[in-house]
Design a protein around this ligand. Structure first.
Ligand code: NAP
Length: 285
């Protein structure tokens, strides 16, 4: 199964190395060409100057780009040359409606589209242990599973097109609440004058322990906010969640508050920092 990868950002670069290690990677493309050129040389695969160049040489197209309009633009370019029977797997986080739109565009070409957003952060991407939630046709998923298994430890079929993204939206609402809880609690811990490393370690081993505390607790309390997951991207995800919540008459106040907090941080230039930069608003000056 010859595989091509589009989007070599913080997540893509980790994922693509695992596809290559399994011997399945044929070609890479990135909008800023230097990243693709360097990685293609390192992994000894084809470097593509255009999306169409990549699509012509593969059976499976993986993509991980930023936001809705980016996925739509990439899929429109893919649709120009895709052959029947090829499967496109989008691992970006976007809305369910974008996923359904892409599914319809590719169905016209007798090609499959799976929405397959992931959770697990850049660490999970690098280690190949992401959790992947998939919407679309189950037969197409079964066909490309050997490729997806190189990147994910858990792959769950959620149902028709868009249901992977709907599940990811649930994840993002939860991540917002966890961010609020952990940053607030650690600012409180600092205000008590506690030894932070010890406090984080003991709490991480108990009932309040969680991934975010274990992976971002120490760095945030030292004032280090390197992504990770850029807060501008989580802000984009929470806007999607807000729309979905409104349509289903469901309140998500913690997620809405987090979106406002991110907006405040973005307005003073912190949008490219990790989501743990929420700690900036909680800690004492
Ligand atoms: P990132 O580091 O900002 O990388 C984005 C990638 O998308 C870059 O390669 C960028 O190309 C490419 N891109 C953006 N717009 C494009 C367009 N219109 N056409 C072609 N390529 C385009 O972001 P990331 O952290 O890897 O996140 C990627 C996706 O995964 C997002 O949807 C995010 O929400 C999701 N996600 C991220 C995490 C995380 O922890 N980081 C976890 C789970 C899911 P350039 O290099 O040219 O800019």
């Amino acid at each position: 199964m010859k595989t091509g990868f589009i989007g070599l950002g913080a997540m893509g670069v980790g994922m693509v190395r695992n596809v290559a290690a399994a011997g399945l990677l044929q070609a890479v493309y990135n909008r800023s060409s230097e990243k693709a050129e360097t990685l293609a040389a390192e992994l000894q695969v084809a470097y593509c100057q255009s999306i169409t160049d990549l699509v012509r040489q593969v059976d499976v197209v993986l993509l991980c780009v930023s936001a809705d309009q980016d996925v739509i633009a990439v899929v429109d370019a893919i649709a120009k040359v895709i052959k029947p029977g090829v499967t496109v797997v989008d691992m970006s986080t976007v809305s369910s409606s974008t996923a359904q739109q892409c599914y319809a565009v590719l169905a016209e070409k007798q090609a499959a589209f799976l929405d397959a957003p992931v959770s697990g952060g850049v660490e999970g991407a690098r280690k190949g242990v992401l959790s992947m939630m998939v919407g679309g046709d189950e037969a197409a998923l079964n066909q490309v599973s050997p490729v997806l298994q190189t990147m994910a430890a858990k792959i769950t079929f959620m149902g028709g097109s868009g249901s992977g993204q709907a599940t990811k939206a649930v994840n993002q609402v939860m991540a917002a609440g966890i961010n609020q809880a952990v940053t607030e609690a650690l600012a409180f811990a600092q205000a008590q004058g506690l030894p932070m490393q010890k406090a984080i370690q003991v709490i991480a081993g108990g009932a309040a322990g969680n991934w975010f505390l274990s992976h971002r607790g120490e760095t945030m309390s030292e004032g280090i906010f390197e992504p990770g997951f850029k807060l501008a991207l989580h802000h984009k995800d929470l806007a999607i969640c807000h729309d979905m919540a409104e349509r289903s008459q469901c309140a998500i106040p913690l997620a809405d508050q987090t979106m406002q907090d991110y907006q405040q941080l973005m307005s003073v230039g912190y949008g490219d920092e990790d989501i743990s930069a929420l700690f900036r608003l909680k800690r004492k000056d």
